[in-house]
Ligand binder design. Structure first.
Ligand SMILES: Nc1ncnc2c1ncn2[C@@H]1O[C@H](COP(=O)(O)OP(=O)(O)OP(=O)(O)O)[C@@H](O)[C@H]1O
Ligand SMILES: [Mg+2]
Length: 239
């Protein structure tokens, strides 16, 4: 579960303070698929960065499974991030001097004892790259690189996957492929999925859509959670 309490982010630009996020409060239960949408510059990537512990809020709190990550020093933050979160970037962000297999192995080696080789090979096969494992990023297409990035995000079996416009640089065939792999992870493994997207079709597939505008949440649809956590409904279920 992810909890955000009045998170704000500002940047001091000389004597001027630029407010990027102006007070975000939300709870994302485990297993939910959340789409974050909004105009360019509305703060989507900034919010995702805070949720993932890639960046810290200027004020407010971010709790990840009961751990207050807004308070953690970078070394501890890296540990939490490494075990709990798989992150997928629009621009893939693979390490150019490592092969596909080595890229996928990296988070495993940093976070988990023992060899992740079987796991990394299995994941690369799952994303359709069994014949490309020893290729370097420069030898792969954009869609293939993003699939390597997915395998890398999944390798430690993180409970949460976050993706910032993961299909933004891909054609529609590859985009669908990548999206389906993320969805499958959410549905089959119960992985929480927080996805930033410009695509209304993708957002419509989510359990929940959060709309940002000028650093604030202006719309939040939460269709499924209310009834299951409603004590009155729970009582009537019991007879
Ligand atoms: N380091 C920074 N310094 C100054 N302004 C910043 C910085 N990072 C982000 N911003 C500003 O904060 C606002 C939100 O940026 P953010 O990247 O979160 O938007 P976004 O919703 O992800 O946009 P896009 O859809 O274009 O990716 C933008 O106006 C951006 O210019
Ligand atoms: Mg962005």
């Amino acid at each position: 579960m992810i909890e955000v309490r009045d998170a704000r982010k500002w940047i001091q630009n000389g004597s001027r303070r630029v407010d990027i996020l102006k007070g975000i409060t939300l709870t994302i239960p485990a297993g939910q698929f959340v789409a974050i949408v909004g105009a360019s510059g509305s703060g989507k990537s900034t919010l995702l960065g805070l949720l993932a512990g890639l960046d810290t809020p200027s004020s407010g709190e971010i709790w990840l499974d009961g751990v207050p990550i807004h308070n953690l020093a970078e070394a501890d933050l890296a540990t939490v991030r490494g075990k709990k979160i798989g992150f997928v970037f629009q621009s893939y962000q693979l390490i150019q001097t490592l092969t596909a297999l080595e890229n996928v192995l990296l988070p495993h080696e940093l976070n988990i004892a023992g060899s992740g080789l079987d796991q990394a090979r299995r994941l690369l096969t799952e994303v359709g790259l069994n014949e490309r494992m020893d290729h370097y990023p420069v030898q792969l297409s954009g869609g293939e690189q993003q699939r390597v990035a997915l395998a890398r995000a999944f390798v430690v079996e993180p409970p949460i996957v976050m993706a910032d416009e993961p299909t933004g640089n891909l054609d529609s065939t590859n985009g669908h492929l990548v999206l389906n792999l993320l969805l499958e992870r959410n549905r089959k493994a119960g992985t929480t999925l927080v996805l930033v997207t410009h695509d209304p079709e993708v957002a419509a597939m989510a359990d929940r859509k959060i709309v940002l505008k000028d650093g604030l949440v202006v719309e939040d649809t939460l269709p499924f959670v209310a009834s299951t956590t409603d004590p009155v409904a729970a009582r009537s279920d019991n007879g």
